[in-house]
Design a protein around this ligand. Sequence first.
Ligand SMILES: Cc1cc2nc3c(=O)[nH]c(=O)nc-3n(C[C@H](O)[C@H](O)[C@H](O)COP(=O)(O)OP(=O)(O)OC[C@H]3O[C@@H](n4cnc5c(N)ncnc54)[C@H](O)[C@@H]3O)c2cc1C
Length: 401
Amino acid sequence: MIAESLATATTPTEIDFYRFFEDKLNPNQRALQADIRQWNHSVVLPKINAYWDKAEFPRELALRISDLGIVGGMLPPEYGGPGLDALSMGIVCYELAKGDGSIATFFGVHSGLAMGTIGLLASEDQKARWLPAMSRLEKIGAFGLTEPERGSAAVDVQTRARRDGAHYVLNGAKRWIGNAEIADILIIWARDEDGKFCGFVIEDPQQVEGIRFENMGGKIGKRAILNANIFLDDVRVPAENRLAYVNSFKDTAMVLGMGRYGVAWEAAGVAAAAFEYALEYAKQREQFGKPIASYQLIQQKLVEMATEVTLMHGLCFQMADLMAKGALNEGILSMAKYNNARKARYVTQLARETMGGVGLLVENHVARLMTDAEVIYTYEGTNEINMLLVGRSLTGINAIA
Ligand SMILES: Cc1cc2nc3c(=O)[nH]c(=O)nc-3n(C[C@H](O)[C@H](O)[C@H](O)COP(=O)(O)OP(=O)(O)OC[C@H]3O[C@@H](n4cnc5c(N)ncnc54)[C@H](O)[C@@H]3O)c2cc1C
């Protein structure tokens, strides 16, 4: 009963305390937001918790993202993308995350990291080969950077690419790779024999000799997206699948920076949803003959949550403005990711507390959002790494390595 009423709690309680959404969205952006909200309520929320509980990928739900016309994000129509503007891109990440973090990550990996890499760093021929089918979600993308021994230090990847005639031969291992086992287009980052950073597209990786995937079970957050270890043992990749415009790790970092834009919005979405569920619950739940929302200690939590979410909105909307002006930089992106991921963790915990015992039941959504916030805190650059990127931006001194 509680779950049902929370799952249908729609627009009246959507937090927009400083009217960022009300004042700044144009009619197209408003329509996009309404479509995704409607999609969350009709497609995602009724079914997602069962998938999350079983740690199964909700293929039937995730593939329906293509109905929303958002796959490919900011890529222009000539590459099959919808050509979203900066604010629309943020709204997509925010609203998907309000529905479910695993679905948001499925989208972020496929559309942002995999298609984004090809859109930014592939030749025209390569884009024409891979992007159209990806934009129709006929082919699913994955992004393989992290390794068992190189997480934050991904600049120093150990995977090696050796030229052999018309092919490269890849050897190494990857870890935590989202969508890997279902991917048709797998991007693998490596260094070549000259030590140069490089990226490869492996097509239909399940059919390629020498690749082995191993599902990483036992994850406590984002349980409905699958992550895998990948082992590469003399994997032959055609030389024409080497991404044309990767010259150094800085090129990969550009893709990661764009990822941080999306993840900052995603963190705000997760926090906003948790707050909304908690507010609704606090108004309904009675103890000692009164709604718990009438107690000062509960109001304090609600105010804390609403304030943090509103501050996140402020950073996100300003980031969107700066992106539209071409004025984003690494420090700005990392500060938003750093702040929002940290605060999403705090807000989702407060929401969980506000709901007492039922906050721990997956059926009420907040437990799922709370553990999803743990993942957001760590991926797309850990909180510490993003903090140090801001430090580098402020001081000009690199304290990371
Ligand atoms: C659910 C999930 C999905 C993911 N999906 C993908 C994916 O699709 N593709 C992909 O390539 N990767 C993916 N990742 C990997 C993710 O990017 C890494 O987990 C992240 O970069 C951190 O690496 P690590 O886990 O090895 O931690 P480590 O780098 O080992 O860090 C451990 C701790 O040490 C701290 N630390 C490390 N270096 C420093 C330093 N210089 N100064 C201060 N503190 C430091 C970190 O902040 C952290 O607290 C995913 C991760 C998760 C959890």
